[in-house]
Design a protein around this ligand. Structure first.
Ligand SMILES: [Mg+2]
Length: 233
């Protein structure tokens, strides 16, 4: 059953007795969806910054970004912008790191306890930069729960869903992909995980129908705690 939301008052259990490593995306997964750096907010922030850097209107910068993205593949749009014109990576990450978190999200003791209850290693597997991951985890008081963080910078400026990134991570962790579960809000990032034999979980309050029914999505839950409460080991 893919839609694993509560049915008739009962949450179907997710048997993960075989799992040794839990791989969590960070943004829109470890804090409530939309509270900070959603997919849309990332692109809006990037387009505003690229516009400033290159003397363009936001509309012009957005059109250029959209053309870069329309080409498909696993392009790093930040690098594309640096080639196209000017894009100061450090200035962009400083801007994201300056966003006040206190009004956007709060530590959640329930989430912490559920994460602590998982049997296996807990990994953050994010496309964000190092200082972003560090300050989100610190703010949410979750830093101690995780054994390892794989971010854009620590793995050499490479992005999910490039399959090699996943292969390198399981090698680094010395874990069989079939003993991993990958938890994500960006559905495309689950495809390489599933192809390797990982169990995949989509966390999203309102996924597109084609996302929640994708063959590479094993479970869909509306929130992280909803899923964590269903885990059985
Ligand atoms: Mg995310």
């Amino acid at each position: 059953m893919k839609n694993a939301s509560i049915q008739n008052g009962v949450l179907p259990k997710h048997d993960l007795s075989h799992v040794e490593a839990f791989l969590f995306d960070l943004d829109d997964v470890l804090y409530p969806h939309g509270a900070f750096l959603s997919y849309d907010m990332f692109w809006e922030t990037l387009n505003a910054y690229a516009a400033e850097q290159n003397g363009l209107s936001v509309e012009e910068a957005t059109a250029i970004t959209d053309r870069m993205r329309a080409d498909g593949g696993h392009k790093d749009i930040l690098k594309e912008w640096a080639v196209y014109g000017a894009f100061d990576f450090k200035g962009f990450t400083n801007r994201l790191d300056a966003v006040e978190l206190a009004n956007r999200m709060q530590p959640c003791g329930h989430t912490l306890r559920l994460l602590q209850g998982l049997k296996g290693r807990r990994i953050v597997f994010t496309n964000s930069h190092t200082t972003h991951a560090q300050r989100i985890l610190a703010h949410l008081q979750l830093a101690e729960v995780f054994d390892h963080v794989s971010d854009y910078l620590t793995r050499g400026e490479r992005l999910k869903p490039e399959p090699a990134v996943y292969h390198d991570l399981v090698k680094e962790l010395s874990v069989d992909p079939s003993r991993c579960v990958m938890v994500e809000d960006t559905v495309a990032n689950l495809a390489p995980a599933h192809a390797m034999g990982m169990t995949t979980v989509l966390i999203h309050p309102q996924p597109k129908p084609e996302a929640r029914s994708a063959a590479y999505v094993d479970r869909w839950h509306t929130s992280l705690t909803d899923w964590l409460e269903s885990v059985e080991q």
